[in-house]
Structure formats: C-alpha cells, structure tokens
Design a protein around this ligand. Structure first.
Ligand SMILES: [Zn+2]
Length: 97
C-alpha cells in the first residue's frame, strides 16, 4: 500500500496529537475528497472536518480519522465534546482569575 514514512519511523514513534497537513492529506485521499457520511465532494465552500472513529479525540492517527462535511460532522456530536471541553477550561480560568 502507501509508504507514508520511509525509514526513520521506528526510532521516532510519536503519538499523533495534532491533525497535521500530512494526516489531513492521507485521510482526504483515502476518502477521495468526499464526505464519508453523505459523499459530498469537498471544495472551497465545503471544507472537510475530521471525526474520530474510535471516539478518542487524542488519537489523531489517519486510521482513526474520517473526513466529513460540516453537516455530518455535527451529527457525530464531536463539536459538542470540544465545546464542552472549552467551556470547562474557560470556567476553570474564570475561577482562577
Ligand atoms: Zn456529509
């Protein structure tokens, strides 16, 4: 199949914390630049969102990500999880300040 990292990867086993450009590219190419929920083709108006298949937002490996349009992404509820986390962080900051 495709050769993502040629060499060097064995000693450098990093976990994927951020969805970087390379990961986006891999996921989008696998999805053929279409939403994996409703098959809408991505373009400048329809930008891809990345949902986590196993539900772990920390696992940003390409195998755990699927490309979705905005509508399908909202259906996963992941944006709410992120909003909740941000809300918690904000309320924590408020308490400290
Ligand atoms: Zn969709």
């Amino acid at each position: 199949m495709f050769n993502v990292d040629s060499g060097k990867s064995s000693s450098n086993k990093k976990k994927f914390h951020k969805i970087n450009l390379g990961i986006r590219q891999t996921v989008l190419e696998r999805a053929r630049y279409r939403c994996q929920g409703c098959s809408t083709k991505f373009n400048t108006q329809e930008t891809p969102f990345f949902a986590h298949i196993n539900g772990s937002l920390k696992d940003n490996s390409p195998a755990n990500l699927k490309a979705l349009c905005n509508k399908c992404y909202i259906k996963t509820g992941e944006n709410k999880i992120k909003d909740n986390m941000m809300g918690k962080i904000r309320s924590l900051i408020r308490r400290v300040v």
